[in-house]
Design a protein around this ligand. Structure first.
Ligand code: DOR
Ligand code: ZN
Ligand code: ZN
Length: 437
């Protein structure tokens, strides 16, 4: 990468514990890279007081919906980038189910360039696997991979690539291109009309059920297809204990399969549906407590590789309506770290080094981002997040940077807060405010 000539810029992050370990240190960043780590450092263009907090590599979200183009009334690349920076993210992957669908290099390159112009977070477009997400004809994966955006991940998310022959071909192409296919695992024949997890709660409430088998049958099938095609498959938003067992089996066979879990599937279960409040409607649906427990254990163990938000903004009229008519999805970018702190750190299932693994290092490695999820060390790119592990805050849906407000965490008091986010040495968010370029 070429650098503008002229005066260098420096940033000092003081009084932080790297990965929450050891004594506090200061970190000097010069021209976007970590230049020095020590104590008593002084003299920089700008100083961020870490306040004794935890320094982590910037978070990477493999699964975000930004709604631009098409539904800019609910989120834009700019508002979603602000939510990401405030949530501690330095890179996000924007799903292809926009309007029009991101199934050509023209679209994916546009998303990439718009994200770079906003400059708060690297917005990597996800390309569609099939034209128009229609599930019938493969999109031009190669053209998208070769474009300015260098698309690294393809997904029809929102829909499942359910035709097994098409999925096989996609995995074969992906192997040749060195890219990843991310699957929204939902056998559509098993979820016709389904709006809630199939179980006692949905039965009592009269909500049509979405069985675990709809997810697990696709996870099993795709693991086997990936085995024979030699391609890499990534399972979006794993939601059931059975999926965990299938992942464990597939990984033990040496199959190139990875998986993510959302913060909401770790914390919330289908008892939330009792109010019929559609803020709790999401796809895949909130499952049972036993699933949450299995998902948390799998994330701690590494059977599930990483956390991804599935940040899915929706307009008020799409959520404040009868349950069956409401759109599925919930916001996630600004609450992810706190929900992980509540579900994983508070009980010791993960320490802060573990949080760095599941929110930064593994997602960056899965998709192959060379400059993200790197060690906090001299010479490394300064993509960093400062966290106050002792803070608590009460989520106010209306105060989030997102253009939508559909968070199930509204009014919850959660632990840990992002103090500052740094992208290539530039502060993008600090003390709850974004810093436009
Ligand atoms: O809940 C969801 N919302 N699941 C998806 O797969 C799609 C997403 C959306 O785009 O709103
Ligand atoms: Zn999905
Ligand atoms: Zn999604």
């Amino acid at each position: 990468m070429t650098r503008a000539t002229g005066a260098s810029t420096s940033l000092l992050i003081t009084d932080v514990r790297l990965y929450g370990e050891g004594d506090p240190v200061d970190v000097r960043v010069v021209d976007g890279d970590i230049a020095e780590i020590g104590t008593g450092l002084a003299g920089a263009d700008e100083t961020v007081d870490g306040g004794g907090g935890v320094l982590l590599p910037g978070f990477v979200d493999l699964h975000t919906h930004l709604r631009e183009p098409g539904r800019e009334d609910t989120e834009t690349i700019e508002t979603g980038s602000a939510a990401a920076a405030l949530g501690g993210y330095t890179a996000v992957f924007a799903m292809a189910n926009t309007d029009p669908v991101a199934d050509t290099a023209v679209l994916t390159d546009h998303v990439w360039r718009r994200g770079q112009a906003v400059g708060l977070v690297d917005v990597h477009p996800v390309g569609a696997v099939t034209v128009g997400l229609q599930g019938t004809q493969l999109a031009e994966l190669g053209a998208m991979a070769d474009g300015d955006a260098h698309v690294k991940m393809f997904s029809d998310d929102g829909k499942c690539v359910h035709d097994p022959l098409l999925m096989r071909r996609a995995l074969e192409y992906a192997r040749g291109l060195g890219v990843l296919i991310a699957q929204h695992a939902e056998e559509p024949r098993l979820t016709v009309g389904a709006i809630a997890h199939e179980g006692p709660n949905a039965a009592r409430l009269g909500l049509a059920g979405w069985p675990r088998s709809a997810e697990e049958s696709i996870v099993a099938r795709d693991a086997i297809l990936a085995r024979d095609a030699g391609g890499r498959v990534h399972i979006c938003h794993a939601s059931t204990a059975g999926t965990v067992e299938l992942l464990r089996w597939a990984k033990a066979q040496g199959i190139a399969i990875t998986a993510e879990v959302t913060p909401h599937h770790l914390l919330l279960d289908d008892s939330r549906l009792a109010t019929y409040d559609a803020v709790n409607k999401v796809n895949p649906p909130l499952r049972e407590d036993s699933d949450c427990v299995a998902l948390r254990a799998a994330l701690a163990e590494g059977v599930i590789d990483c956390v991804a938000t599935d940040h899915a903004p929706h307009a008020e009229q799409e959520k404040c309506c009868e349950f069956a008519a409401a759109r599925p999805g919930m916001l996630g970018l600004q609450t992810a770290l706190s929900v992980i702190a509540a579900t994983m750190v508070a009980d010791g299932a993960l320490d802060w080094r573990g949080v760095a693994r599941v929110m930064s290092e593994r997602p960056a490695a899965i998709v192959g981002l060379p400059d993200q999820g790197r060690p906090i060390a001299v010479g490394e790119p300064a993509n960093l997040t400062v966290v106050d592990p002792d803070a608590t805050w009460t989520v106010d849906a209306s105060a989030l940077a997102s253009r939508s407000a559909n968070t199930p965490f509204d009014s919850m008091t959660l632990p840990a807060r992002v103090v500052a986010t740094v992208l290539r040495g530039r502060v993008t968010a600090i003390d709850g405010e974004v810093r436009a370029r």
